[in-house]
Design a protein around this ligand. Structure first.
Ligand code: GUN
Length: 294
C-alpha cells in the first residue's frame, strides 16, 4: 500500500511555481497576483483564506485579501467584483464560499470574469472543462488529477466511483476522469444521496473518490482489494483532547480501508494541501494567459 502524500507533492509543485515566479521577476515582469474575497467571519473560511494568502507570499506571488463585513449587500459585493475584473494588475481572484445567506452564490460566481476565475467556478469555465478545452479547473479536482498523474496511477479503462455530486468536487472530477487521456479514460459512476445499493457499486470500484463530508463513511466492507482511494472529506469533528478542540476527519475509515487499498490519501495531508497548490498553479496559468494576450 502506498500513501498518496499530498503534503510532499504540493511542496514540490509550489517549488516549481516559485522557480517560474523567479524567472518572471528576473525578466523585470510583474509577478502573478491573486486576490481572495472573504465575506463575514466563518471560522473555517478564515483559516482557508489565511492559508491561501500565506502560500502566495511564500512562493513570491503578490496577494491581496479583501475582507468584507458579514452584512455586505449582494450589490456591494458585485461592485467589488466588477472592480477586481477591471484591475489590470490582478491575474485572478476567488470569492471564498460559503457566502452569507442573504447573498446568492450563483449570481456572484457568474459575475467573476471567466479570465480571472482561478477557482474555475464560472459556468463558462465549467463548460470548457467538460468539453476538454482550455479552462481553469477547480482546484480540488485539479489536485486529484495531478496526484494520479505524479504517482503514475493507471486510470485507463478503470471503474471510478465518485461519491458526492457537488459542483466543486464530485461533478467535475467525474467529468475529468471520463475525459480522454491519462489520467482519464475511466468508466465513471457518479453516486449521491439517492443512489441505491451504494456498497454494491463501490465494491466494483478500481478507484474511489469520496467527497461527501461524512466522517468515516467508507468502510473496509465497501471496497475491494487493490482499490485506489482518494478521500476529499475534511470534516471538523469536536475532540476535547485536540489542541484546537476538533480533529479534521476524512470520509474514509483510513485504518480499515488502507489494509485493502493499493494507494490511499491520508486526511489531513492528502487532497487538502494539493488544493492550495493547484489554486496557485491556476493563478500562474492566468498570468501566462494575460502575458500572451497583452
Ligand atoms: N470553499 C470551500 N472550498 C472552496 C474553494 O475551493 N474555493 C472557494 N472560493 N471557496 C471554497
Amino acid at each position: 500500500m502506498t500513501i498518496l502524500d499530498g503534503k510532499k507533492l504540493s511542496e514540490e509543485i509550489k517549488q516549481e511555481i516559485a522557480q517560474e515566479v523567479k524567472e518572471i521577476a528576473s525578466k523585470g515582469e510583474r509577478v502573478p497576483h491573486l486576490a481572495a474575497v472573504l465575506v463575514g467571519n466563518d471560522g473555517a473560511s478564515l483559516t482557508y483564506v489565511g492559508s491561501k494568502v500565506r502560500s502566495c507570499e511564500k512562493i513570491g506571488f503578490q496577494s491581496t485579501l479583501i475582507h468584507l463585513p458579514e452584512d455586505t449587500t449582494q450589490d456591494e459585493l458585485l461592485e467589488k467584483i466588477k472592480e477586481l475584473n477591471n484591475d489590470e494588475g490582478l491575474d485572478g481572484f476567488i470569492v471564498q464560499l460559503p457566502l452569507p445567506k442573504h447573498i446568492d452564490e450563483q449570481t456572484v460566481l457568474e459575475a467573476v470574469s471567466p479570465k480571472k476565475d482561478v477557482d474555475g467556478f464560472h459556468p463558462e469555465n465549467f463548460g470548457r472543462m467538460a468539453l476538454g478545452m482550455e479552462s481553469f479547473i477547480p482546484a480540488t479536482p485539479f489536485g486529484i488529477i495531478e496526484m494520479l498523474k505524479r504517482y503514475n496511477i493507471e486510470t485507463s479503462g478503470k471503474h471510478a466511483v465518485v461519491i458526492g455530486r457537488s459542483n466543486i468536487v464530485g461533478r467535475p472530477i467525474s467529468i475529468l476522469l471520463s475525459n480522454k487521456g491519462q489520467p482519464g479514460d475511466c468508466t465513471v459512476t457518479l453516486t449521491h444521496s439517492r443512489t441505491k445499493n451504494l456498497k454494491e457499486i463501490t465494491k466494483t470500484a478500481d478507484i474511489i473518490v469520496s467527497a461527501l463530508g461524512v466522517p468515516n463513511f467508507v468502510t473496509a466492507d465497501m471496497v475491494k482489494e487493490g482499490v485506489v482511494v482518494i478521500d476529499v472529506g475534511i470534516t471538523r469533528v469536536p475532540d476535547e483532547n485536540a489542541k484546537r478542540g476538533y480533529v479534521i476527519t476524512g470520509d474514509v475509515n483510513f485504518d480499515e480501508v488502507s489494509k485493502k487499498a493499493s494507494f490511499i490519501t491520508p486526511v489531513p495531508g492528502g487532497v487538502g494541501p494539493m488544493t492550495i497548490a493547484m489554486l496557485l498553479k491556476n493563478t500562474l496559468l492566468a498570468r501566462h494567459r494575460n502575458m500572451k494576450n497583452s
